[in-house]
Ligand binder design. Structure first.
Ligand code: CMC
Length: 378
C-alpha cells in the first residue's frame, strides 16, 4: 500500500466515490445529481429535491404525490417521544435536543433491514417527516406550551412554520423557507455527511446515522456558523463599526463568521441566492439594519481577504432570512439539519450500496516500550 502524506482535516483526500452532488469551488457551481442548484432552488421544491437526492432521479407526478403523502402521514410524533422531550431542560440547545430525539427514533423503529428497499424508504420518510416536528415541538415546549399537531392541509415548509409559530405563514415566507431547505439539502462530503457515512459504514440503524450527523453539524465551524453570524452582526452594531471590527479580527487572527470555505474560493452560489431571498423578504415585510452591516462586512472582507479566496459562505445570509421569517437564532442550525437530513440519507443509501467500514490509519507520534510506573511512585 502507498504511504500517503498526512493532510490535517483530510483536505483534498477523496473519502468516497459519489454521484449525489458536485461542487466546483473555483467557479462557484453546485449541482445535485447534475442539476444546477439555482434551477432547483427556483423550480423545484424541497421534497422533490430530496427525492432526487435519495433516489437519484426526479420523481414523476405520481411518485412525487405518493412521497408527499407518505411524508405527510408520518409527521406526527409518538406521545412517548413528546413525553421524553418534556423532560429536556428548557435552557438546553435545540441541536442537543434534536440529536437526542433522532437517536430515540431508533428505540421505536428498531428493526434493521438494510437490504430491504421498503425498510430504507420507510426510514427515510420517517426521518424527513418527523425531524421538523421535533424541532418545532421543542421550541413550543421550552416556552412551556404543548406542541401543536401538524396540519395535513399545509405543505412541508408551510407546516413547519405553522408548527413553530402556531400561525399559518404568509405564502411568500413559506416558499422562501422551502427554497432555503433546498439550498441546504446536500453539499458533498462535508463534516456532518462524512460523520453520517462513517456511522453508516458500521451498518448501524439510520437513526444513529442521522443522530451522529446532527452532533457534527452543531459545531461553530460547520452548521453552527449561521447562529454566530447573527451574534457577530449584533456585536458590530452599526455600519460605522465594520472596519474596526475587521481590524480587530485580523489582528487577533480570528475568523469572520460566515466567510471562507474549504472548497469555494469565490462567493458560495447558495449565498448569492440567499441574499436574493433576503431582499425579497425585506421588500415585502420591511428591511433589517443588520443587512446593511452584512453588506459592508462583505465589501470589507473582499477588500482584505479576497485574494485568499475568502468570500461569504452559505451561512452568511441564511441567518438574515431566518430572522425575517421569525425563526429564533438558536433554531438556525436545527433548520439546517431539517434540510440536510435528505443529503445524509442520500449518502447513507449510497454507502449501503457498496459498503466497506471506514477504518483509516494514523501516524503514531507517541513513545514505545514505556515502563508502567506504580501510582505511589508518580
Ligand atoms: N475569516 C478570516 N480568515 C479566514 C476565514 C474567515 N472566516 N476563513 C479562512 N480564513 C483564512 C485562515 O485564517 C487561513 O489563513 P492563513 O493561511 O493565513 O493561516 C486561510 O484562510 C485558510 O483557512 P483555514 O481555516 O485553514 O481553512 P479551512 O478550509 O480549514 O476552513 C472554514 C474552512 C469554513 C472552517 C473556515 O473558513 C472558517 O472557520 N470559517 C468561519 C466559520 C464558518 O463560516 N463556517 C461555515 C462553513 S460553510 C457551511 C458549513 O460547512 O456548514
Amino acid at each position: 500500500m502507498t504511504v500517503c502524506e498526512y493532510k490535517p482535516g483530510l483536505e483534498g483526500i477523496p473519502a468516497t466515490q459519489s454521484s449525489i452532488s458536485f461542487v466546483d469551488g473555483k467557479q462557484g457551481i453546485l449541482e445535485y445529481r447534475g442539476i444546477n442548484i439555482t434551477e432547483l432552488a427556483y423550480q423545484s421544491t424541497f421534497l422533490e429535491t430530496s427525492y432526487l437526492l435519495i433516489w437519484g432521479a426526479l420523481p414523476t407526478q405520481e411518485e412525487l404525490a405518493d412521497f408527499e403523502h407518505e411524508i405527510c402521514y408520518h409527521r406526527r410524533l409518538k406521545y412517548r417521544i413528546r413525553d421524553m422531550m418534556k423532560c429536556f431542560p428548557e435552557s438546553g440547545h435545540p441541536m442537543d435536543a434534536l440529536q437526542a430525539c433522532a437517536a430515540a427514533l431508533g428505540l421505536f423503529y428498531s428493526r434493521r433491514a438494510l437490504d430491504d428497499p421498503a425498510y430504507i424508504r420507510a426510514a427515510a420518510v420517517r426521518l424527513l417527516a418527523k425531524i421538523p416536528t421535533m424541532v418545532a415541538a421543542f421550541q413550543l415546549m421550552r416556552k412551556g406550551n404543548d406542541p401543536v399537531q401538524p396540519r395535513d392541509d399545509l405543505d412541508y415548509s408551510a407546516n413547519f412554520l405553522y408548527m413553530l409559530s402556531e400561525r399559518e405563514p404568509d405564502p411568500l415566507a413559506a416558499k422562501i423557507f422551502d427554497i432555503c431547505l433546498t439550498l441546504h439539502a446536500e453539499h458533498t462530503i462535508n463534516a456532518s455527511t462524512f460523520s453520517a457515512m462513517v456511522t453508516a459504514s458500521t451498518l448501524t440503524d439510520p437513526y444513529a446515522v442521522v443522530a451522529s450527523a446532527v452532533g457534527t453539524l452543531a459545531g461553530p465551524l460547520h452548521g453552527g456558523a449561521n447562529e454566530e453570524v447573527i451574534e457577530m452582526l449584533e456585536e458590530i452594531g452599526s455600519v460605522g463599526n465594520v472596519e474596526s471590527y475587521l481590524d480587530k479580527c485580523l489582528a487577533h487572527k480570528s475568523k469572520v463568521m460566515g466567510f471562507g470555505h474549504r472548497v469555494y474560493k469565490v462567493k458560495d452560489p447558495r449565498a448569492t441566492i440567499l441574499q436574493e431571498l433576503a431582499q425579497q423578504l425585506f421588500d415585502k415585510f420591511g428591511g433589517d439594519h443588520y443587512y446593511d452591516i452584512a453588506l459592508a462586512l462583505e465589501a470589507g472582507v473582499a477588500k482584505r481577504l479576497g485574494e485568499k479566496g475568502i468570500y461569504p459562505n452559505v451561512d452568511f445570509y441564511s441567518g438574515l432570512v431566518y430572522r425575517k421569517l421569525g425563526i429564533p437564532t438558536d433554531l438556525f442550525t436545527p433548520v439546517f439539519a431539517i434540510a440536510r437530513v435528505s443529503g445524509w440519507l442520500a449518502h447513507w443509501k449510497e454507502q449501503l450500496g457498496e459498503n466497506r467500514i471506514f477504518r483509516p490509519t494514523q501516524i503514531y507520534t507517541g513513545s514505545h516500550q514505556t515502563p508502567y510506573q506504580p501510582i505511589e511512585e508518580r
